[in-house]
Write a protein that binds this ligand. Structure first.
Ligand code: PBG
Length: 328
């Protein structure tokens, strides 16, 4: 066969500059969000054993960490609180003087330009480890949880959070949070809804970091069933109707099909959360010398962007930002 006149796709792959010229998807450090686990005290930096490179940080140590992240070009973080005190209603999560409001104030004072997202959920603050209040029958109650989420959102916004990110998966929480924020003078604060959050085994290492493993049962009555994608669109559209400004799909790599469909169905920025288990797998294989960590991470992140994520929450954020700077 004579292919001399035919299309030769290889013509556009022959040099780094040629490949860069025709590249369809790009990744920029501004599209990466670094998660951060805040603990009480000072001078505390406790490694999370299942997430090498991730630490539980007291506020002073968090500020040092952010200094490094700012240097490599990161401009957004998401904060999770790991408090001393847990109770049945998660009261340390709604306390205006609690750990996360304190952390947000300190971080915004030092880095006013940094985007600080506040994860909003009960599970890190409840002694039972569930994302909602528990009935006498042992069920996670939906509607009574909404008022608590509203209080938490207001506490975080009052402290200076730039974005409120509810991750609890209660029905109607976006509307409840929106009206609580509006009632307290925060109509300018956007909501990034963890709209499409699956009941995933990939959250295991996070629960070590946040000490938020459910003490009984699991999260399947509120987080989504992994085989479902039609339901993801429904969740996304519901949250938009309730006033969400941005949507999130979580986990990321095992759910790229979901991400692509949510992105196609919704005209708002869509984030993907590349979760703790995804991070831990790469770290473990890299530590064994079985994979090339840098290439695997960059290929994973660009795949998540290609599938439709406008930005990515990832524990690899700082490393990826450094590698992007080296690539130029
Ligand atoms: C809180 C929350 C979880 C994650 C983010 N927010 C844990 C869970 O739902 O059990 C998981 C993040 C990760 O695994 O990196 N509800």
């Amino acid at each position: 066969m004579d292919i001399s006149n035919s299309m030769r796709p290889r013509r556009l792959r022959r040099s780094p500059a040629m490949r860069a010229l025709v590249r369809e998807t790009r990744l920029h450090p501004a599209q990466l969000v670094a998660p951060m686990f805040i603990v009480p005290g000072t001078g505390v930096r406790t490694p999370v054993s299942s997430m090498p490179g991730v630490d539980n940080l007291s506020i002073d140590e968090a500020l040092k960490q952010i200094a490094e992240w700012w240097e490599v070009g990161l401009r957004s973080i998401i904060v999770f609180g790991v408090p001393d005190h847990k109770d049945a209603i998660g009261s340390s999560g709604t306390d205006p003087d609690g750990l996360i409001p304190q952390a947000i104030k300190a971080i915004k004072a030092a880095y006013p330009e940094l985007i600080v997202m506040a994860d909003l959920c009960l599970c890190e603050y409840t002694d039972h480890g569930h994302c909602g209040l528990i009935s006498e029958a042992g069920e996670v109650m939906n509607d009574p949880t909404l008022a608590i989420l509203g209080q938490g959102a207001v506490a975080y916004a009052d402290a200076g959070a730039d974005i409120i990110a509810p991750s609890d998966m209660m029905d109607g929480r976006v509307a409840a949070i929106r009206s609580a924020l509006d009632d307290h003078g925060h109509s300018d604060i956007p909501i990034l809804s963890y709209a499409v959050k699956y009941a995933s085994a990939f959250y295991g290492p996070f629960r070590e970091a946040a000490q938020s493993t459910p003490q009984f049962g699991d999260r399947r009555s509120y987080q989504m069933d992994p085989p479902n994608v039609r339901e993801a669109i429904k969740e996304a559209l519901l949250d938009l109707a309730e006033g969400a400004d941005m949507l999130m799909v979580k986990p990321a790599l095992p759910y790229l099909d979901v991400l692509q469909q949510v992105k196609a169905a919704c005209d708002v920025p869509v984030a993907a959360y590349c979760v703790s288990g995804e991070y831990a797998m790469i770290k473990a294989a890299a530590a064994n010398g079985w994979i090339d960590e840098r290439r695997i991470v960059m290929e994973s992140l660009i795949s998540i962007r290609r599938a439709g994520a406008d930005f990515i929450l990832t524990y690899h954020a700082a490393d990826a930002a450094r590698w992007l700077a080296e690539e130029g």
